[in-house]
Design a protein around this ligand. Structure first.
Ligand code: CA
Length: 228
């Protein structure tokens, strides 16, 4: 599991990171809202722990912008405040759950597990973009009446592209997420799988293409017309 912590109290952020790494989570920490937004936009995280009061951009604005960009990663909002109004505005802006500081580690872990399970069960069961739908449960990519089965890796790559439709995903990010950082993988793996997926999109006669964005990576685009 990959978690992003956005928290400007450095000691708290590091303590949280330590606890989560002990649970074998992979953790990135940033200390302001602007960095939080740009990291979270990558779509590489399974959950985001987001403080409310942050420099540069506050937590509600980070959550609002992520949802506006169709990034559906679950967000657990942290705050020192405890009034009902703050809770309501946090949930309105797209956060999935809310915890008031100080909190117990056990409760935090329980809530994080609940949120990531919810992602796996509901939000990510089926993804759509343009005329495509990806059924995660059986790894079938569907377009109109046509359907094609994807391999596990193809499905993982497609899932990431579909989860962040408006942002380019770098080769490095795809490698780290699909193949893992310790593997013997290289950028060639990514290119090969992008090529497999392009052939399958062509077979499906989909309007959707995988665009190569120079210096940035890959992005799904809906061309508005089918391939043939
Ligand atoms: Ca803060």
């Amino acid at each position: 599991m990959n978690v992003l912590i956005v928290e400007d109290e450095v000691n708290l952020a590091e303590a949280l990171a330590h606890i989560l790494r002990d649970q074998h989570w992979s953790v990135d920490v940033v200390n302001d809202g602007g960095s939080g937004l740009s990291y979270a936009e990558s779509g590489l995280y399974d959950i985001i722990v987001l403080d409310l009061m942050l420099p540069v951009m506050d937590g509600t604005e980070v959550a609002r912008q992520l949802r506006a960009k169709n990034v559906s990663t679950p967000i657990l909002m942290l705050t020192a405040r405890s009034s009902i109004q703050d809770k309501v505005s946090g949930l309105d802006c797209g956060a999935d759950d809310y915890m008031t500081k100080p909190f117990s580690t056990d409760e935090l872990l329980a809530r994080m597990r609940a949120l990531t399970r919810r992602t796996g069960d509901v939000v990510l069961d089926e993804l759509s973009f343009g005329d495509l739908t990806l059924d995660i449960s059986n790894m079938n990519l569907n377009c109109g009446s046509r359907s094609i089965h994807l391999s596990q890796r193809e499905c993982d790559v497609m899932k990431l592209l579909m989860r962040t439709p408006k942002a380019a995903l770098s080769k490095e990010a795809l490698l780290a997420r699909v193949w893992g950082v310790q593997g013997e993988s290289s950028a060639n793996n990514v290119e090969a799988y992008i090529s497999f997926l392009r052939k399958k999109l062509n077979y499906l006669n989909s309007r959707v293409v995988i665009s190569t964005i120079r210096m940035l990576g890959y992005r799904l685009d809906d061309t508005g017309e089918s391939a043939k």
